[in-house]
Design a protein around this ligand. Structure first.
Ligand code: AMP
Ligand code: ZN
Length: 139
């Protein structure tokens, strides 16, 4: 299924040209227009899914192996020392394009590179409580 108003549908299916790093029947991998670091890529499924909660398991199962291969190539080709695999769901989580996508962000060890979160604190009791809340919905 495609969404006529979705830019990532158009890019993933070649209606809008892009610099394509990788393509198969399921995905197109492109470069982020506003890269966090050199080589920052996006894995786009060719079908439209708003976010991870509606992504079919069969498609989801292919994302991490592909991300791993691309990350390894980035380390070898660009001298990256590591890479982040980031996937935002919902505006509160920073999702700005509502077509599922996965970021692969090579890391070079520079101090000004993005930081994912500020570590907080926890207590065993607090962790048990939140665990029970979520477990109730997991099924
Ligand atoms: P997110 O914040 O996870 O929804 O990520 C959306 C990403 O898509 C951002 O990092 C944008 O820079 C990037 N982006 C938006 N439009 C385009 C485009 N036309 N081509 C490539 N990257 C894009
Ligand atoms: Zn789409």
């Amino acid at each position: 299924m495609k969404d006529d108003n979705c830019i990532f549908c158009k890019i993933a299916n070649g209606e809008i040209p892009s610099t394509t790093l990788y393509e198969d029947d399921t995905f197109r991998v492109i470069f982020d227009l506003n890269p966090a670091t050199k080589g920052h890529c996006l894995i786009l499924p060719k079908e439209h899914y708003e976010n991870l909660t509606v992504l079919p398991d069969e498609t989801a199962a292919k994302v991490l192996p592909l991300a791993g291969k691309i990350g390894k190539a980035m380390e070898e080709a660009l001298g990256a020392k590591g890479f982040n695999v980031v996937q935002n769901n919902g505006e509160a989580a920073g999702q700005t394009v509502h077509h599922f996508h996965t970021h692969i962000i090579p890391r070079y060890g520079n101090p000004d590179e993005m930081v994912l979160w500020k570590p907080g604190t926890s207590t065993p009791e607090g962790l048990r409580e939140v665990c029970e809340e979520i477990k109730g919905k997991l099924g």
